[in-house]
Design a protein around this ligand. Structure first.
Ligand SMILES: C[S@@+](CC[C@H](N)C(=O)[O-])C[C@H]1O[C@@H](n2cnc3c(N)ncnc32)[C@H](O)[C@@H]1O
Length: 342
């Protein structure tokens, strides 16, 4: 970000104006539920039973990110644009009393509604692990490398500075952490005339980008192994089709070293070949010698199960779960001089 082009909050001027419009829109939607913004989530009734109905009535998501993310016991989850708090409260039950859930939102009224409901949720669960912080997606009020999981439900489309949001997601994720984001995407770029319409911005239409643009921004921020699940057609406006899609990806720091130990990987299909985000191409059924860092990456999501991994595993770092603090991160990638790897 260039400082000169940004205001005291670190946001570009156009972003500030847009954000103020969005905040007004969602302040009103927090006061008076807007049915046309609501969408059916796929959460099961037993996953929602501990949540007060007033939260559900101001649930404005377009997916059910916690169903895909499945936060585990003890994990720290950061939910961006938490609104009335539905996804935070679903996560609270999943992470249990050793976990932590941080909802971030910029709209006072939404935060007040969510904080009010948090008390009831804590009583119903028997423990309190959810907090709501006031802040922006473009400057997430969470320290570096704290989150096992970053989620968001129908919010990134509302940001006028999406590359900044992805950089922030990368910053707050731990090594090996993942993001799961449900959002609205457009099948083709949204025309400028539609982008100027504040109501369509509020309705999660005008700020939408294509799936490809979304993935490119995430990759530019250093996020890895991105998958997308196009779930349902949302609307068609001005001749453009909009979809609800859930994106998933990872932060994986480069290994401290990439050592050749005779490890091998065989891609099992179903495609004829797979190219990973590090530029390796694996043809189906071909035995490829890989270094320790690549072997470790291929053994974990999103590649877990796609490869038969073989060879000697004598090293400390092979198979170690990223995020393990004992695994040192290096900033400059792995084994630059060894052919066949990196
Ligand atoms: C469509 S609602 C979704 C709320 C919630 N995720 C849900 O599923 O009910 C969007 C929410 O994101 C918040 N929001 C939008 N842009 C934001 C930004 N740049 N920074 C922080 N919060 C933002 C709004 O205040 C609003 O509460």
């Amino acid at each position: 970000m260039s400082d000169t082009a940004h205001n005291a909050e670190g946001l570009p001027p156009t972003g500030t104006a847009r954000r103020d419009q969005v905040r007004d829109y969602y302040a009103a939607a927090a006061e008076a539920p807007r049915e046309e913004l609501c969408c059916p989530t796929a959460y099961r009734p037993e996953q929602l039973g501990h949540i007060p109905p007033e939260v559900l009535s101001i649930s404005y998501g377009c997916g059910s990110p916690m169903l895909r993310a499945r936060p585990g016991a003890g994990e720290t989850v950061v939910d961006l644009g938490s609104g009335g708090g539905i996804d935070c409260f679903v996560a609270a039950r999943m992470v249990g009393e050793q976990g932590r859930v941080i909802g971030v939102d910029m709209t006072d009224v939404m935060l007040a509604r969510a904080r009010g409901a948090a008390q009831t949720v804590a009583e119903n669960l028997g423990y309190s692990v959810v907090e709501f912080r006031e802040g922006f997606l473009e400057r997430i009020p969470v320290d570096d490398a704290r989150a096992h999981l970053v989620t968001s439900n129908c919010v990134l489309n509302l940001s006028a500075d999406k590359p900044a949001v992805f950089r922030e997601i990368h910053r707050v994720l731990r090594d090996g952490g993942r993001f799961v984001i449900s959002d609205i995407v457009s099948e083709s770029p949204v025309p400028e005339s539609m982008q100027a319409d504040p109501r369509l911005w509020g309705e999660c239409i005008s700020g939408a980008v294509t799936e490809r643009a979304f993935v490119e921004m995430a990759e530019a921020a250093g996020l890895y192994g991105i998958t997308l699940a196009r779930e349902r057609q949302w609307r068609e406006v001005g001749g453009v089709r909009f979809w609800s899609t859930t994106f998933q990806g990872y932060r994986l720091n480069p290994g401290a070293e990439c050592v050749w130990r005779g490890q091998t990987a065989v891609y099992l299909g179903p495609a004829a070949a797979l190219s990973d985000d590090d530029g390796h191409t694996f043809r189906r059924g071909e035995v490829v010698e890989v270094c320790s860092d690549t072997a470790a990456r291929l053994s974990r999501p999103p590649y877990a199960g796609m490869f038969a991994l073989g060879g000697v595993d004598t090293g400390d770092d092979v198979g170690k779960v990223p995020g393990d603090e004992s695994r040192e991160a290096s900033g400059d990638g792995c084994c630059p001089t060894t052919p066949g790897c990196c």
